[in-house]
Write a protein that binds this ligand. Structure first.
Ligand code: AP5
Length: 192
């Protein structure tokens, strides 16, 4: 299974990807997670991306593609993957299509988790208290939601036009949302 998870900040991509990783036995590739790891390690990459992420802005396409290519060069991705956090704009969506074609791993499906803005803000405020993620401050959340609307939302149409989009309700318990995804990605299910 080669799967992209799409959705606004707080829509549950990371939460569901962790569960799907167990269910599908393929790696969860999280670009945000990889970047946070670089920031925590104080690596040269982390020093560049840390301030950008804290404001809720996107890291450059060129930098991100390099990170992604490196990850896809690792053997564990050959049996499939769950990609969470990429693509974030149309240029990234096209770059991903080209990369996956080059490595002979075409995408099966893009799953979009749909959650209204009020609930997104509420979830991220909850996580800000519980975990203290740098980009969960009210200002950064506001910016991340704007960046999503302006740059990432068009990616949904990109996959719809390819006939690969499953648009799902992301509201409900963790189990309810998980079950919806499992149903949508089951072989033989019509998407697009
Ligand atoms: P990234 O880590 O991708 O952040 P994001 O898209 O803003 O996503 P979140 O992690 O906030 O939300 P999520 O949808 O994963 O929800 P989650 O499961 O955590 O990116 C961070 C930054 O890195 C970007 O801003 C950018 O700077 C940079 N970056 C990353 N990729 C990039 C790229 N490709 N190009 C350029 N820059 C890039 O859930 C959120 C909360 O809600 C949790 O507390 C969770 O417990 C709760 N929750 C989840 N589901 C439910 C539910 N069903 N019911 C109740 N609570 C729930």
């Amino acid at each position: 299974m080669r799967l992209v998870l799409l959705g606004a900040p707080g829509s549950g991509k990371g939460t569901q990807a962790t569960r799907l990783e167990q269910h599908l036995q393929v790696p969860h590739i999280t670009t945000g997670g990889m970047l946070r790891g670089a920031v925590a390690a104080g690596s040269p990459l982390g020093k560049v991306v840390g301030p950008i992420m804290a404001l809720g802005n996107l890291v450059s396409d060129e930098l991100m593609l390099g990170v992604l290519e490196e990850r896809f060069a690792q053997a564990d991705t050959r049996g499939g993957f769950i990609l969470d956090g990429y693509p974030r704009n149309l240029a990234q969506a096209r770059a991903l299509e080209a990369l996956l074609e080059r490595i002979g791993q075409p995408l099966d499906i893009a799953v979009q988790l749909d959650v209204g803005t009020d609930l997104l803000v509420q979830r991220l405020a909850g996580r800000a208290q519980a975990e203290g993620r740098a980009d969960d401050s009210p200002e950064a959340v506001r910016n991340r939601l704007e960046v999503y609307e302006q740059l990432t939302a068009p990616v949904v149409d990109f996959y719809r036009n390819l006939g690969k989009l499953a648009h799902l309700d992301g509201v409900g318990s963790l189990d309810e949302v998980f079950n919806r995804i499992v149903e949508a990605i089951a072989p033989g299910t019509d998407v697009g």
